[in-house]
Design a protein around this ligand. Structure first.
Ligand code: ZN
Length: 69
């Protein structure tokens, strides 16, 4: 499955797909762009948002987000 557009990728297309795991160059660039964009804004991976519910994190609404810049 393509991580960007969530479309199924045919096995035959996967075999000679230079953009895998994406379905196309477009989706690959979109994902790369999103990753770079996110890396600049937040340092935490998306999965950590699940922990947000039980843990009152330090000033998530503040604009002084700590982390590597
Ligand atoms: Zn795709």
């Amino acid at each position: 499955m393509c991580p960007t557009c969530k479309r199924k990728i045919a096995i035959s297309a996967k075999a000679n797909n230079p953009y895998k795991p994406f379905c196309s160059e477009r989706c690959r660039l979109v994902d790369l762009g999103a990753w770079l964009d996110g890396a600049h804004r937040i340092s935490a991976p998306i999965s950590e948002e699940d922990m947000d519910e039980g843990m009152p994190g330090p000033s998530r609404d503040g604009d002084d987000t700590p982390g590597p810049n």
